[in-house]
Design a protein around this ligand. Structure first.
Ligand code: NAP
Length: 282
């Protein structure tokens, strides 16, 4: 068997086209558009590039965006005051405080200062809690949302399937497991202390891997015909490798995502959640 590819850029393009259409139509009727603010502290080149990429995408999609880069001398109180300003700004529907913050700042307190209605990364305890409760007024965190969109793209029915998620981070593995459960899959969540990891993976109809270990998952870990979503984004030399050995595993799975494709969808997922926040405010 040679797996069919689930291409992140193809799914992402379809979602972006939908966003552009929807934003245009809403602007025509209301004169309003979605807006977000990105707050950076210190001089982290990766964070800066990420913010610049989002500003560029905002222009393409018809969003309003504002980026603030503060020196690593800003106090926690000053930072929280800036967040408060955006909490009250009606043009801003999403606030991203770019992580990691410098060590002297309390990340948790800073995230909790964001109005959870505008905290579209779903790191705020209110959003995480609402996600577990299955409340609609929350957001699906960005990386699990990308995985979910990929499964939707192939019209995969999760009902009654065994889904195995490898990784239990707050940002990816845990919310992914909750989402799959809400779609009526039977879910097993694995982590670094899991024994018999390969055996458990072999039972998966759907295998989602998010561990940051290049090519750990091998062909003999895969149930024939499984769907494999590889979230891993590992730079090894000048190559981007997934957590799954793509060459081997694509010989056994029915569907597979190429290395890096999930990670490359995350900016578009941020835009999708910002649009969701905007629509709730209309
Ligand atoms: P993370 O916070 O480092 O969490 C890694 C998880 O993998 C932990 O739960 C850890 O278990 C588990 N793990 C590590 N080694 C393992 C092993 N050998 N066997 C089984 N489980 C193992 O990472 P993350 O943020 O979830 O990201 C995971 C990967 O996805 C990375 O390659 C990252 O670049 C990529 N990615 C992340 C995002 C995102 O939004 N976070 C987006 C796109 C791509 P313990 O809990 O027991 O330590």
């Amino acid at each position: 068997m040679t797996a069919e590819l689930i291409r992140g850029p193809v799914v992402e393009k379809a979602i972006r086209d939908e966003i552009v259409k929807e934003v245009y139509e809403i602007r025509e009727h209301t004169g309003k558009r979605p807006g977000f603010s990105i707050i950076l502290v210190g001089d982290n080149p990766v964070s800066r590039t990420s913010a610049a990429d989002k500003e560029k995408m905002a222009e393409e999609l018809g969003y309003y965006s504002v980026v603030n880069n503060f020196p690593a001398t800003i106090t926690q109180e000053e930072l929280i005051a800036v967040i408060g300003k955006y909490n009250n700004n009606k043009e801003i529907h999403a606030i991203r405080v770019q992580l990691p913050l410098p060590d002297y700042l309390d990340e948790r307190r800073v995230i909790e200062a964001v109005d959870h209605h505008k905290e579209v990364d779903a790191l705020h305890p209110a959003n995480m809690g609402n996600l577990i409760l299955g409340e609609e007024e929350t957001y699906i965190p960005i990386a699990p949302l990308a995985c979910f969109k990929l499964l939707q793209f192939i019209s995969y029915d999760l009902n009654g399937k065994h889904a195995v998620v490898v990784g239990r981070s707050n940002i990816m593995g845990k919310p992914m497991s909750v989402l799959l459960l809400q779609q009526h899959a039977t879910v097993t969540t694995c982590h670094s202390r899991t024994t018999n990891l390969s055996e458990i993976c072999r039972m998966a109809d759907v295998l989602v891997v998010a561990i940051g270990r290049p090519q750990l998952v091998k062909k003999d870990w895969i149930k024939p015909g499984a769907v494999v979503i590889d979230v891993g984004l590992n730079r090894v030399g000048d190559r981007v490798l997934g957590d799954v050995d793509f060459e081997e595993v694509s010989q056994k799975a029915a569907f597979i995502t190429p290395p890096g494709d999930v990670g490359a969808m995350t900016d578009t997922m941020f835009m999708l959640n910002t649009l969701e926040s905007f629509k709730r405010n209309l």
